[in-house]
Design a protein around this ligand. Structure first.
Ligand code: GDG
Length: 480
């Protein structure tokens, strides 16, 4: 193993990214939004990526396995079945995920899951600790790892540590329903910087810190539990230029032809989501049903192509949504299908990233209607994949974080089937000039706030607030 002193980056501190799952760069295209965004960051800057290997083992090693992939060093840990059940399937995905997405009805509170979650965070932090250099810039990701910095600080870590929450931050009334909310909020104050997707998320975090813990606010800094941190919005972006190129690659073009070949005169509406109850897919199917009910000229002419690969398939709520979708699609198709046409085509397996780009480009409408979503990268990918000379129209939920930045889309309330149906009909008949104008505005925003702008903004801010922490003359130096 390379001695720590040789691992220091030539310019600036080394980036250490920590996320629940480390995905090998070769297969990252199949990972979720987080994997795609993180890899972009590490490819450009190099550094260490630490987290779960994705493997379950009877006797997990106490030390990480280390592998190199170009400028990226991957350090991974296996989990035991019991750890995986409690930490990942249990507390992260049956408690925090639904709670943070305002689904208290689906939130399972189980003290054993919480204990397992805390134990895994401590074990992973203990395994990362020997791999760290003093100057590292540590960037922890997402709700699986809320207490990770606290666990590192227990090991006496002094490094700058930032955290980015990819999902929404809940309203205080929701968060406080969690029996352990006090401990989790306190643990967040071990970070130097907290990054959120939108200003609204920052505001909800501040509200909670003030109302529940009497936090003091000063600009972007918040003091509570004897510690001070900075909380700001860093809306995540995609590499829009690269995605636009992918959309004209030979594989994408082939896929484009396949979609258009049988449907030259039809409007293909595309939906792409991990199969998750937050993505509003049943409501989306209902909106398409409403479109068919309200506008008979859509019969034989409009098709929803829904790609929704299974995710978190061991969690009961995810099994239920899968069954529900099959049933709704079956009912709608049964009602409306003709010999050579079905209104809903539903694909329940993952496709390649290039294939996806071709499908986006071939689809006249991108329908992105989550009930609640931190950002939603599919909305951004859909826009980036369009032909600027003849672009499709994005119909986007007001409850996606991306709606804040993408106001030139047709913004809808995903619960209002009639309004979504009307927006789809508007999109179908939108004149070319309006489509071009809206697309140009959206694309400008994507290029301005792309993945590298997101990364640089976060890491520069982390550097800045850590420097302030160390400067005793600074008004924002740590209280304790
Ligand atoms: C979390 C937050 C936030 C989907 N199906 C396939 C496939 N995908 C890719 C998409 C996109 C990604 O997965 C999904 O990203 P989202 O942003 O839409 O959603 P989450 O996975 O829930 O991500 C979210 C994000 O983190 C980043 O901060 O935006 O709000 O929930 O890239 O293209 N990719 C391939 N085949 C598929 O079938 N290759």
């Amino acid at each position: 193993m390379t001695p720590p002193s040789l691992r220091k980056a030539a310019s600036g501190p080394r980036l250490v990214a920590v996320s629940n799952r480390v995905v090998h760069p070769r297969s990252a295209a199949r990972g979720g939004g987080l994997a795609v965004a993180l890899l972009d960051a590490l490819r450009q800057r190099g550094g260490l990526w630490f987290g779960w290997s994705g493997q379950i083992s009877d006797h997990p090693d106490t030390r990480p396995s280390v592998a190199e992939s170009g400028p990226i060093r991957l350090a991974t840990m296996d989990l035991s079945q019991a750890e995986h059940d409690a930490y990942y399937n249990g507390f992260a995905n049956r408690c925090l995920w639904p709670l943070f997405h305002l689904r208290l009805d689906l939130t399972a509170f189980d003290p054993q899951h919480y204990d397992g979650y805390m134990r895994v965070n401590r074990r992973l932090a203990g395994a990362l600790w020997p791999l760290l250099d003093d100057n590292d810039q540590i960037w922890i990701h997402d709700y699986h790892l809320l207490p990770f910095a606290e666990a590192l600080r227990e090991q006496r870590a002094k490094q700058q540590i930032g955290f980015f929450l990819h999902i929404p931050f809940p309203v205080p009334e929701m968060l406080t329903a969690l029996p352990h909310y006090r401990d989790l909020m306190r643990s967040l104050f071990s970070y130097d910087l907290l990054g959120f997707q939108t200003e609204d998320d920052v505001q909800r975090f501040r509200d909670c810190a003030v109302r529940e813990f009497g936090a003091q606010l000063r600009g972007d800094t918040i003091t509570a539990f004897g510690r001070r941190l900075t909380a700001k919005a860093f809306p995540i972006g995609i590499d829009a230029r690269e995605f636009a190129e992918i959309a004209t690659s030979p594989t994408a073009q082939q896929e484009f032809q396949r979609v258009r070949a049988h449907r030259e005169d039809r409007t293909v509406i595309v939906g792409v989501d991990r199969l998750d109850y937050t993505k509003g897919i049943p409501e989306r199917f209902r909106s398409v049903e409403c479109l068919l009910d309200r506008y008979p000229d859509t019969h034989g002419q409009v098709e929803l192509l829904q790609i929704a690969p299974t995710s978190r398939g061991e969690v009961p709520e995810y099994m239920a949504i899968r069954r529900e979708l099959e049933q709704i699609a079956g009912n709608i198709n049964g009602r409306y299908a003709q010999l050579d046409w079905e209104p809903i085509r539903y694909i329940n397996r993952p496709l390649g990233r290039r294939q996806l780009a071709g499908i986006y480009r071939a689809s006249r409408i991108g329908l992105v209607t989550p009930l609640r979503d931190g950002m939603n990268l599919v909305a951004k990918e859909y826009v980036a994949a369009q032909d600027p000379a003849d672009p499709g129209v994005l119909v986007l939920s007001r409850f996606a974080g991306s709606a804040k930045q993408m106001q030139s889309a047709l913004i809808v309330n995903p619960y209002d089937n009639t309004a979504v149906a009307d927006a789809l009909q508007t999109a179908r008949y939108m004149p070319l000039e309006e489509r071009r104008n809206r697309h140009a505005e959206l694309m400008q925003g994507l290029l301005r706030n792309d993945a590298s702008a997101w990364r640089e903004a976060f890491l520069q801010e982390l550097q800045r607030c850590s420097a302030q922490r160390e400067d005793p003359a600074s008004p924002t130096a740590q209280a304790a």
